[in-house]
Design a binder for this molecule. Structure first.
Ligand SMILES: [Zn+2]
Ligand SMILES: [Zn+2]
Length: 167
């Protein structure tokens, strides 16, 4: 944490020194405070052109993570934060970003209740209730992010991967 703070302070100093924003992508300068950062984790800021390119690159990276079944919970949250930048017809990313009109209604694999993934249930096929009362999904996702367990979408339960997390 301390290291990150130092890093950010150092970067901020450099960027604000001359009272201008410097694009991290192309080096172009612009009036201070007019460029955008992609996230709050680092302070890389971009001009409009490079911002669009950087977002698209990030979205393609996240799509790869989905395809390889290795997207982390943190990355899903990141995708949700970027949902306004996802192309209109990009159903795959919109679904994962939890945009309601692109999220299919699912039936809870445990109790049969209907829910929308990312809203009142999760991508494992569990409604909100079953994800916290029947299974300890919070612990599962923590282990998943630490590489201790795999993710197989709605097959996670039928493959028995979630069994150790049954409460
Ligand atoms: Zn630029
Ligand atoms: Zn349920």
């Amino acid at each position: 944490m301390l290291y990150l703070e130092h890093l950010q302070e150092g970067k901020m100093e450099k960027l604000t020194k001359e009272g201008v924003d410097v694009c991290y992508g192309c080096g172009k300068t612009q009036e201070y405070g007019t460029m955008k950062a992609i996230n709050e984790i680092d302070f890389d800021i971009y001009c409009d052109d490079c911002f669009k390119k950087a977002i698209n690159k990030r979205l393609e990276y996240l799509r790869g993570e989905i395809k390889n079944e290795c997207i982390s919970y943190g990355e899903i949250a990141e995708l949700q934060g970027l949902k306004e930048h996802i192309e209109e017809g990009d159903v795959e990313l919109l679904q994962w970003a939890g945009v309601p009109e692109f999220s299919e209604e699912m039936e809870c694999l445990e109790c049969g209740k209907k829910f929308v993934a990312g809203e009142d249930g999760n991508e494992l096929g569990l409604c909100e209730h079953c994800a916290s009362v029947v299974y300890d999904c919070e612990k599962y996702y923590k282990d998943y992010d630490n590489g201790r367990v795999t993710f197989k979408g709605t097959d996670t339960i039928s493959r028995g991967i979630l069994e150790p997390y049954r409460l």
